[in-house]
Design a protein around this ligand. Structure first.
Ligand code: GCW
Length: 715
């Protein structure tokens, strides 16, 4: 017996040392606990998993628990059959008597997909209302063990605040990924449904472990082919793999599919034949995927087809799909990222103008998905004015986890603070305290359909996200979709522990990088509220000079409006008055250029170069210092990372080091080209205590990266 135990530990150790540290295992490492005292204490306290629910999702919970615990404790954790045996982990669903017991212990009622974990009489209990709750509870318990926390007095309750916690893949059927910087799409459509890449299961595990319960497999710039019978079969094969992990599949619907695939003369949503086509298509999909989630739609936006081509509204368009899905319980997620060709006004205002008149016109199973800011996932934006402005419509948040505008694959930039800043902004829609988080969790307007989507940063890269720290953004997204009131600091700490182990030194550097990098990135890319000044098309690197595009609102000059007098977009009453789309409590914070938070200054105001800011500096000097702070900040973080040499495995240490090396160069590139460009307007000197520019403007203008990844394909 003893020999077998030693052998087991040896095998575990061997597997551990042979495991390539390439980041593939994400935060689900489940390595043998190295601290013997802790491991032995756990091994004494935990011996069997006893699950009273027998369905596929509960079986996943059991498999994950027994598998993860066996690896971490160095002993086989098998199945127990009987309740109330010391050392058991008991998984069961709540009943009336259980609910009474839990309420006596001070727990609130368990909601759908929520769970309670408590320890009692040498046993651990994971209780839920449904098997998804058991699965999430199981992953939570594994996290506790992985972080070597105390399990004697467990007293944990978690209920998800949002129902739909979803990834949006901008993945094309040819495996390219729009705005993807981590290789190709993990979905191998060509070989599906017969070849099932083991990665699909790992994908499902990773997402389920952080509470993600839905995924839109295909790009919002959609291809109608996905609705052809053979592709539906391929999607069904993926759905079969994701189902045991509680993940529902959504597909993106190209609005013109009835024409392109169905051969109809029109895709007019009011046309009976079009309605019928959608009804039949939906039936066909549900036959293959009985728990299909529904459609995600980008319509009348950036050249995508939509109902407006037929003189119909977004509501008409969404409703025809919603009616087809309703009998099966499916939803339509209709994106509000629209801006029309014809409209000459400020692009930041257009979605609001189009959607506010439609409030109340959408079917009950339609959600409107709104990007966090009114322009487009910029390094920093004020919140989208639609939050709080559609009280009769369920509003879903759309964040971008992939870093189209934040250094793409090469910059290490933690996104959680950006997400948190948005979620905790007060819309003032119903007076003070009307946080964006309250809009999307439904509590502000009594909505019951709630959700958050994140544009995925996942690809075929061995470590999934290309940049290792991109894993932290995926993780943070899941955590905030579960609880939009969560604090980034807690998320950083947990991710760091799970990813790099529990050393305090490592934790302090990793969490500091995640905490500070976003602000530094904003400073070296788009300080003081500048936005949309990146290179054209691929959006890689700076391009404040971009002025010649097919649409004015795709250029940089449209957004920064630099001239001899100053820089910035006047969105106040004297300008486009985008300000009026915000509730007064928020608008008042932005209205005055002398009191506005400097981070939004040039978003809302055109400010003279020599205007004295509240910092005591002129705008020009402040801009110069901000740019430099960003560059210096990233250098500092890169140095801190170097201090971890020898404290984490070499492979991952080197991966991150190499990306920091690129980022250091590029932060300077952003700063120097921005200053070289804006100086042609300000005609002012860069303060003497700051580094000079290495090159003239022409040099920067001539840098180009035509082969940058992630560009939208044009079939
Ligand atoms: O940010 C822009 C991107 C497009 C994207 C679009 C959108 C999918 O540059 O690549 O298209 O947003 O969100 O629809």
């Amino acid at each position: 017996m003893k020999f077998r135990k030693v052998l087991f530990v040896l095998v575990c150790l061997l597997t551990y040392s042979l495991q390539a540290e390439d980041g593939y295992r994400l935060w689900l490492r489940h390595d043998l606990i190295q601290n013997k005292a802790i491991r032995n204490a756990y091994a004494l306290a935990i011996s069997k998993v006893n699950c009273q629910v027998k369905d596929t999702i509960a079986s996943t919970a059991v498999k994950e628990l027994t598998g993860g615990l066996s690896k971490m404790l160095g002993k086989t954790i098998g199945l127990g059959k009987v309740n109330s045996i010391a050392g058991n982990i008991n998984l069961y669903l709540t009943t009336e008597s259980v609910a009474n017991l839990l309420s006596k212990k001070g727990f609130k009622p368990i909601q759908n997909e929520g769970y309670v974990i408590f320890s009692d009489k040498n046993q651990i209990h994971i209780v839920a209302k449904d098997s998804k709750g058991l699965l999430y509870g199981a992953y939570h318990f594994l996290r506790i063990i992985q972080q070597e926390k105390d399990i004697k007095k467990l007293n944990i309750q978690e209920n998800p605040h949002l129902q739909l916690r979803m990834l949006n893949h901008w993945d094309n059927l040819d495996r390219t990924v729009e705005r993807g910087y981590a290789g190709f799409s993990i979905w191998n459509w060509h070989e599906l449904p017969d070849f099932l890449d083991p990665r699909y299961v790992e994908y499902a595990r990773a997402n389920a472990s952080i509470g993600i319960n839905a995924t839109a497999l295909t790009n919002v710039n959609a291809n109608q082919l996905i609705f052809r019978a053979d592709y539906i079969e391929k999607a069904a094969a993926l759905a079969n793999i994701l189902r045991p992990y509680g993940i529902k599949v959504y597909l993106t619907a190209r609005f013109s599919s009835p024409k392109e695939l169905g051969g109809l003369p029109t895709a007019d949503p009011n046309d009976p034949a079009v309605k019928k086509w959608w009804e039949e298509k939906v039936k066909e999909i549900y036959k293959a995927i009985p728990d299909f989630g529904g459609f995600l739609v980008k319509a009348n936006s950036e050249g995508q087809p939509g109902p407006q081509e037929y003189g119909r509204t977004h509501a008409d368009g969404a409703n025809v799909l919603a009616d087809a899905l309703a009998p099966f319980g499916g939803n339509v997620i209709w994106r509000a990222f629209v801006y029309s060709n014809e409209e000459p006004v400020d692009r930041a205002k257009q979605a609001y103008n189009e959607f506010v008149p439609l409030d109340g016109q959408f079917r009950k199973n339609v959600m409107v998905q709104v990007k966090n800011g009114p322009v487009d996932f910029q390094p920093r934006e004020p919140i989208h004015p639609l939050f709080g402005a559609l009280p009769k419509t369920p509003i879903m948040m759309e964040f971008q986890i992939t870093k189209e505008y934040l250094g793409q694959g090469t910059h290490t930039v933690g996104l959680s603070n950006l997400f948190e800043e948005v979620l905790k902004t007060d819309t003032y829609a119903k007076g003070k305290g009307s946080l964006v988080a309250k809009v999307i969790d439904g509590t502000l307007d009594g909505q019951t359909l709630t959700g958050m989507a994140g544009v995925s940063n996942i690809g075929t890269a061995r470590n999934w996200t290309g940049n290792l720290f991109g894993q932290a953004d995926w993780y943070a997204f899941g955590k905030l979709a579960w609880n939009p009131y969560a604090n980034s600091d807690d998320i950083f700490e947990e991710w760091s522990n799970l990813t790099f182990g529990t050393s305090k030194k490592v934790q302090s550097v990793v969490t500091n990088i995640l905490d500070k990098s976003h602000e530094y990135c904003v400073q070296y890319m788009t300080p003081l509220g500048l936005h949309h000044i990146m290179a054209a098309n691929h959006h890689y690197g700076p391009g404040p000079w971009v002025s010649n595009m097919s649409r004015a609102d795709w250029t940089s000059v449209y957004y920064h409006k630099a001239d001899e007098k100053g820089v910035g977009f006047d969105r106040t009453e004297s300008g486009t008055n985008a300000l009026e789309q915000y509730y007064p409590g928020l608008a008042n914070q932005y209205r005055n250029k002398d009191s506005i938070d400097l981070k939004f200054l040039l978003w809302f105001h055109h400010v003279a170069w020599d205007h004295k800011l509240k910092t005591g500096k002129t705008l020009w000097d402040e801009l110069c210092y901000q740019y430099q702070e960003g560059v210096d900040g990233i250098n500092k973080l890169a140095d801190q990372w170097q201090s971890l040499k020898g404290q984490i495995d070499e492979e991952r240490f080197n991966q991150v080091t190499m990306h920091f090396n690129i980022q250091k160069k590029e932060a300077k590139w952003w700063r120097d080209s921005g200053l070289a460009y804006f100086q042609t307007f300000s005609k002012m000197e860069i303060p003497k205590d700051l580094p000079k520019l290495d090159h003239d403007l022409n040099y920067y203008k001539n840098i180009n990266h035509p082969m940058s990844p992630g560009i939208r394909p044009r079939w």
